[in-house]
Design a binder for this molecule. Structure first.
Ligand SMILES: Cc1ncc(C[n+]2csc(CCOP(=O)(O)OP(=O)(O)O)c2C)c(N)n1
Ligand SMILES: [Mg+2]
Length: 345
């Protein structure tokens, strides 16, 4: 047990329980989304299933929940966030409503984006969530732009920018970090390093010392943490966010985690070793946190209660999304850019 945290110091236990609650809600949300989507996308050898409620690819962050929970616990509602194609956890942790999110995944009219964003392009401006993004690294310039806007407007909002280990090999990473440093913008860059870029181990295609070293090369202070340890992520994010709020410019968090599921929900990830997955499961972030909670004197029954509350919330979200209506055709074509048919021919 860390020296500054003890069972005699209940606020820490309560804080960890609240981080655990966020992780349990993300896990329950993604389990439910996976269940309703299975077979819904014809990739990785799966057959498209017309009855699937979630259509199209579903990228799950199972095993990575501590990064979303630990970082977002240090953000205000007025702060901004950009995400990746694997964005359910970030969106929920930033404060989006689980029913509106499930409706979005199901393409319902009541979704956060009226059903037009789906899983991969979910956004919720009400809570500062500027968008998941199907284009690898494309959230980085959006985050930097939002931070530059906040600076020009004299706003106190900061931006958390999540991206994967694969994104550091794309140009927007260099461009975004460079711009943020030149203008000392209020951005927390969070590299969620789950060791894979789709079906490829990222190490095999990444030159040099990796994410944190590249950030330091551009002048950004960078911390590497165990991204499965929610208290470690929370503590590092707290420090980096405090520096940003104090005007210290952009900061970088490199969170080491593991992608437990395949790249998309129907990918069996046959390209990797099962032993690797099994050993990663030993440091599952919820498992680690519940062990820590027990050490803090929180009963297993209390933890089970939090799990049950999360499942109940998500079952209600699922039921509401199943019952929700799809957009009328006029609504389906509203808010959509019309560039004119075939004008480039
Ligand atoms: C610009 C671009 N190139 C390729 C792809 C195809 N693609 C989708 S996800 C992905 C891997 C991304 O890996 P990483 O950034 O580590 O995120 P993770 O999937 O591990 O969360 C790739 C190559 C894409 N979506 N966009
Ligand atoms: Mg990755």
């Amino acid at each position: 047990m860390p020296a500054n945290i003890s069972a005699a110091n209940p606020p820490h236990a309560e804080h960890l329980l609240s981080l655990y609650r966020t992780m349990a809600r993300i896990r329950a949300f993604e389990n439910a989304a996976e269940e309703t989507s299975r077979g819904g996308v014809a990739v990785f050898g799966a057959t498209a299933d017309a009855t699937a409620l979630v259509r199209g690819p579903l990228h799950l962050s199972t095993g990575q929940e501590a990064v979303a929970a630990g970082v977002c616990a240090n953000l205000e509602r007025s702060d901004y966030l950009t995400s990746t194609h694997r964005g359910h956890g970030h969106t929920l942790a930033k404060g989006a409503d689980s029913t509106a999110m499930m409706c979005e995944l199901f393409g319902r009219a009541g979704g956060t984006n009226k059903g037009k964003g789906g899983s991969m392009h979910i956004a919720d401006f009400v809570v500062g969530m500027l968008g998941a993004n199907g284009v690898v690294a494309a959230g980085i310039p959006i985050a930097v732009g939002a931070a530059h806007s906040a600076k020009i407007r004299g706003s106190s909002s900061i931006v958390a920018c999540f991206f994967g280990d694969g994104a550091i090999n794309r140009g927007p990473f260099l461009e975004g970090l460079n711009w943020a440093k030149i203008f000392e913008l209020p951005v927390l860059f969070v590299c969620e390093d789950n060791r894979y870029s789709a079906t490829t181990a990222t190490d095999a295609m990444t030159a040099g010392e990796g994410a944190a070293a590249r950030a330091r090369g551009i002048g950004l202070p960078a911390e590497t943490v165990d991204g499965n340890d929610v208290l470690a992520v929370d503590a590092a994010a707290r420090e980096l966010v405090a520096r940003i709020r104090a005007g210290g410019g952009p900061q970088f968090l490199h969170a080491l985690t593991y992608r437990v599921k395949g790249h998309v929900s129907v990918d069996a990830a046959a390209y990797r070793n099962q032993g690797e997955v099994e050993s990663a499961l030993e440091s599952d972030p919820l498992k680690l946190a519940s062990r820590r909670l027990a050490a803090f004197g929180v009963s297993a029954a209390r933890v089970a209660e939090v799990d049950a509350e999360a499942r109940t919330e998500i079952e209600a979200a699922l039921a509401a999304a199943r019952a929700a209506r799809s957009p009328e055709s006029a609504e389906a074509y509203a808010d959509v850019q019309d560039t004119g048919a075939g004008q480039w021919h």
